[in-house]
Design a protein around this ligand. Structure first.
Ligand code: CS2
Length: 388
């Protein structure tokens, strides 16, 4: 049977790619856990996905995930799965911070090189993380990792970009009580936009196939994820534990709507997509009373999320002479969160201290230089900090 090997077989993968693959039929998945053995330890063959909407909870039994290998404890088994001829797609949900040279890029390049040497066609690399042009980012990392063989990677391997969407809170006691120890829960809504570039085949996923995913990614990252980060920091500072709690706070809920409007203004039109309707749907999804999506979960790894979610649209707003205040507010909320949170979960946590405005705005590889040198941006963030 044709196989997908998936790096990062956590909750989001179980609610999204695995559910789509289950529906497509005809393919199986091997999960590779790169760091924590948790996904291997809790693997039981099948799991229940609880899809929650206003109308109630739908249960789906998922059995396409056939095995989970913990790479550090079983590197040979991981390599065997990656180099097997039936493995035609290698997909990833490894979070933003893994897109740097390291364990992930070594493993993929080692497997691609072994396949090349054995005359096995390369697998398609499918990034499913919330980064703009995620396929192109991964492609460049693999070209760099391959060194002298970079040209071969560029020519022989395909890296379609994707936009993935499904709100997936971390498992709670309620998830376990209803669905069992390895269940996951998510919203009923889901979306997947994929560049259709799979030379060795792919499942017949019920997704949307396009030639360029960039405008969909920009819409989603700036509108959904940008508003998410803003409300997570503002919510954390206000002592609000979940997204729905924030949405029940009238003042904050209207800030969320304002943020989405500001994000829309930075987007180029996308034929067939009504951004205002998308914003209305997002607000309803955030209000979902049946999901307890923790603001602390979204607040994690801010240094890896703020650039594409908040700073990139702020640059567009600056260039277009639009209002900077919503992006400055989100930045001020982040800075205030950093100042008031004793243990910040972020790979750059140490560097983010002291979380003063000057220190944060001047850190290398965080804010784009146009913002760093913009007096109006600094003034806007300073003004918004007074809100807290
Ligand atoms: C969230 C995302 O945790 C976060 O940073 O913004 O995980 C979000 O829930 C998903 O991208 C929704 O598709």
């Amino acid at each position: 049977m044709s196989r997908i090997v998936h790096l990062g077989p956590g909750a989001f993968f179980k609610a999204h790619l695995a559910a789509y693959t289950q529906e497509a039929g005809g393919w199986e998945i091997t999960g590779l856990a790169l760091r924590s053995p948790k996904a291997r330890d809790e693997f039981q063959g099948t799991y229940t996905l609880l899809e929650r909407s206003e109308a109630g909870t739908e249960r789906r039994e998922i059995d396409v995930l056939r095995e989970v290998i913990h790479v550090p404890s079983a590197p040979a088994a991981a390599m065997a799965a990656l180099t097997d001829r039936e493995t035609k797609v290698v997909s990833l949900t490894v979070t933003e911070k893994a897109y740097a040279p390291g364990a992930m890029t070594h493993l993929l390049w080692e497997a691609l090189a072994a396949r090349r040497d054995a005359a096995v066609p390369p697998f398609t690399c499918l990034s499913c993380d919330n980064l703009p042009s995620n396929g192109r980012v991964l492609r460049q990392l693999l070209i760099d990792e391959a060194g002298e063989a970079g040209d071969w990677v560029a020519k022989a391997v395909s890296f379609p970009s994707t936009m993935v969407d499904r709100i997936t809170p971390s498992r709670t006691e309620a998830t376990v009580a209803e669905g069992g120890p390895n269940a996951e829960e998510c919203e009923a809504f889901r979306q997947w936009v994929i560049e259709d570039d799979f030379p060795d085949g792919r499942p017949d996923w019920p997704a949307q196939f396009v030639t360029d995913v960039t405008p969909y990614e920009e819409m989603k990252i700036r509108m959904l994820n940008g508003a998410h980060s803003m409300l997570a920091y503002a919510g954390q500072v206000a002592g609000l534990e979940t997204v729905r709690d924030v949405m029940n706070d009238e003042a904050l809920a209207s800030r969320v709507a304002v943020h989405m409007g500001a994000a829309v203004a930075t987007l180029d039109p996308l034929p067939g997509t009504d951004f205002n309707a998308y914003a209305r749907d997002l607000l309803a999804r955030f209000r979902n009373p049946h999901l307890a999506h923790q603001t602390a979960q979204i607040a994690m790894d801010g240094s890896q999320k703020m650039p594409q979610r908040i700073f990139a649209p702020a640059v567009t707003a600056l260039e277009r002479g639009q209002d900077l205040a919503p992006f400055a507010y989100a930045t001020a909320a982040w800075i205030t969160y950093l100042q008031r949170t004793p243990e910040v979960a972020d790979p750059r946590a140490a560097e983010l201290r002291p979380a003063t405005l000057e220190h944060i705005l001047d850190l290398p590889d965080l804010l784009p230089s146009v913002l760093q040198s913009s007096a109006s941006w600094r003034a806007a963030v300073t003004r918004e900090l007074e809100q807290f």
